[in-house]
Design a protein. Structure first.
Length: 203
DNA sequence: ATCAAGATTACCT
DNA sequence: GGTAATCTTGATA
């Protein structure tokens, strides 16, 4: 797919197969622009979820109030709350009715890193090592970006939360593994990450 | 109305 | 390496 560097990804990008979108989202730039505060990060780790064949997907059981947005058109934001503490954010993919989405598991901070530090720790960094604990997981990323239920259903082709294009990664730069933290459909190799990146959640 | 599980994280040994 | 914390959601009655 032909795309222009540093331009916002369009609806067409998102309304494709979930695995294709998941892999191509690596290296792209997640941007949040709210109340004049701009936060951004390079996407370095994702997971694909497909309710049609994947028991771990929230959409596997059919439509509920929580997963409704995942059954809509691609290019919308699916945010959910889990384990009593954490939000996780996803990019809905495919056509209406598919129930597929990509979980953003980790990013590498770009703009607004100082604000992310404040959002995560409420203080300054204690050491250099702590820097890599900023956004190295789905819950951490949402906390750093102040992403909550309030952002459920946002249109990613809009101006509040969106994703910028970037140069396509080479195949050898991308790693694949089983997904993390699930108990069903564990075998599916649907986690994708940028090899040797310091911000991925696990080796 | 009640209950069990969960796409996690931080902290412990 | 292991596990407690914490509460929304979805299922069952």
């Amino acid at each position: 797919m032909k795309l222009v560097p540093n331009k916002k990804l369009t609806r067409k990008f998102y309304t494709r197969d979930v695995l294709t979108v998941a892999i191509e989202l690596l290296g792209k730039i997640l941007v949040k622009n709210e109340d004049g505060i701009i936060l951004s990060g390079k996407i370095v780790e994702v997971e694909a979820y497909n309710g049609e064949i994947d028991e771990a997907a929230h959409t596997f059981v059919g439509k509920t109030k929580r997963n409704e947005i995942m059954f809509g058109e691609g290019g919308f934001f699916y945010v959910y709350f889990t384990y009593g503490n954490h939000f996780c954010c996803n990019v809905v993919t495919g056509d209406i009715g598919k129930g597929t989405a990509v979980l953003i598991r980790a990013v590498e901070p770009l703009a607004g890193e100082d604000i992310m530090i404040k959002n995560r720790f409420g203080r300054k960094l204690k050491n250099e090592k702590e820097k890599f604990n900023l956004t190295s997981g789905p819950g951490k990323t949402c906390q750093a970006f102040s992403i909550t239920k309030k952002h459920y259903g946002i249109d990613l082709t809009g101006d509040e939360i969106y994703i910028l294009d970037s140069k396509k990664l080479k195949e050898e730069e991308i790693g694949t593994s089983q997904r993390i933290g699930i108990k069903k459909s564990v075998h599916l190799p649907w986690r994708f990450f940028i090899k040797n990146n310091q911000y991925i959640s696990r080796k």
